[in-house]
Design a protein around this ligand. Sequence first.
Ligand SMILES: [Zn+2]
Length: 150
Amino acid sequence: MGSYPKIACLIATGFLMSAWGQTETAATDDPAQVAQKFICEKLAVWQERLGLDDWRISASFVHRVDLPRKTMGGIRWDRNKKTAEIWVLDASEYNLPRQAMLDDMELTLVHELVHLDLASLPRGQASRGSEERAVEGIAQAMLRLDRANR
Ligand SMILES: [Zn+2]
């Protein structure tokens, strides 16, 4: 998984968010660029909302074949260094209208961030499947609230 270029703007979110604003000259229609900018902005938003500001989180777009079966994304973290890398499906893997694609990418992003939020809990009784259900339920609830206001 190490071979994917990370989305540059995600490495130091606050600083590079403003860099985006300055360098952006015209609205682009390229799905890959739209997705990159979108994920960049949403990562900053959700990282702050979930109180994960002290983590350095990057994101990469990956292809379906590079993810475990039946998964749409993934995350890997280092608790000591407080770094994490999130994998989101590449725009080319989607066959959806633009907004539906972005909504789905955002769900993946939030889902993976919730996993990170729970990472401090002791690994215990809960099975992998029940953790997945809880994480997905939380992620969807947060997005429903968020989207009710848009
Ligand atoms: Zn999950």
